[in-house]
Design a binder for this molecule. Structure first.
Ligand code: R5P
Length: 295
């Protein structure tokens, strides 16, 4: 079966990185919108190439309510034109945080979106999905899934720092903080977090700090409103640790979180390029390219 690559608009950089390592041909499609907002999908490459092919669609899933319906229509179009299998590479997998009915009457949207995507595509590749109450994506998805490890890329960035002290703002972040700490045999601390609302979070610190001078580095999976990171930055000041570097894996940035963090005393704000953003400094594209090359 031949394998073809297709970039959902905005995902050309990662698609090119995968093409570079795999040499899979890239096919093109346009997604435009009618005046009423309905999507119009058109595969513009040689349509005959799709017969019996496997297509790897690259589409990170930030702003999911904007992208999910066009993505679904694109995948349906590919199958309609003869594609036999469709794989999805979604470096950021959204709709992962509402993984429980926290209040009576709420929908568990992570399950519903996983069920939808499992119907549309045959296989899924992602990075650092927000798995807290589930051990793996298999608890939600009914298709083969691959969660790629971001920690070597963050560890490579941390390498340049003198005596890093890694900090996780909450329990969920410990998985990434611990993994990066293991790369460098460096200490880490984890704060306790209580979230009362979208922009209302409180962190506390208990326990001991390692002795000596360190460069504080806060690591979290998502920076959205920036409130979690901002509270962690405040704590580093309270604890006398100095100005921290803030490292987010997924630059969701729902508000102007960069300004918020710098105003709170962050030394820098850095993210991985799972979502394109001006703060991207950690390149995870080679991790995707290498992983896909191995199939
Ligand atoms: C939540 O558990 C995540 O790990 C992040 O801490 C959270 O999504 C960050 O959101 P915000 O930037 O809005 O505080």
């Amino acid at each position: 079966m031949s394998t073809l690559l297709l970039a959902y608009p905005g995902n050309e950089q990662l698609t090119n990185a995968i093409h570079h390592d795999t040499q899979w041909p890239i096919i093109d499609a346009t997604i435009t919108h009618f005046p009423d907002g309905e999507s119009h999908i058109r595969v513009t490459s040689q349509v005959a190439e799709l017969q019996g092919a496997e297509v790897v669609v690259v589409c990170t899933l930030d702003q999911p309510n904007t992208h999910l319906i066009p993505l679904s229509l694109l995948v349906h179009t590919l199958r309609d034109l003869g594609a036999q299998r469709v794989q999805l590479v979604a470096p950021y997998l959204s709709y992962m945080r509402q993984d429980e009915r926290f209040h009576p009457g709420e929908g568990v949207t992570s399950r519903y979106v996983a069920a939808m995507l499992s119907q549309w595509v045959d296989e899924l590749w992602t990075m650092a999905p927000h798995l807290h109450r589930h051990d793996d994506l298999g608890a939600l998805y009914h298709i083969p899934t691959h969660c790629l490890d971001v920690s070597p890329a963050i560890a490579a960035w941390v390498e340049q720092l003198d005596r890093p002290l890694l900090i996780g703002p909450d329990d969920e972040s410990e998985q990434w903080v611990r993994a990066v700490a293991q790369h460098h045999q460096t200490p880490y601390i984890i704060f306790d977090k209580v979230r009362r609302g979208d922009r209302d979070v409180e962190l506390t610190h208990r326990g001991h700090l390692p002795e000596g001078q360190f460069t504080p580095v806060i690591i979290d999976d998502i920076i959205s409103t920036g409130q979690t990171m901002a509270k962690a930055v405040q704590w580093t000041q309270t604890l006398g640790l100095g100005k921290p570097h803030c490292v987010g894996i997924h630059a969701v940035f729902a508000d102007d979180a960069t300004t918020l963090l710098l105003e709170h005393g962050a030394q820098s704000v850095i993210t991985c390029n799972t979502i394109a953003h001006t703060t991207n400094q950690v390149d995870v594209h080679p991790i995707f390219a290498q992983a896909l090359k191995s199939i």
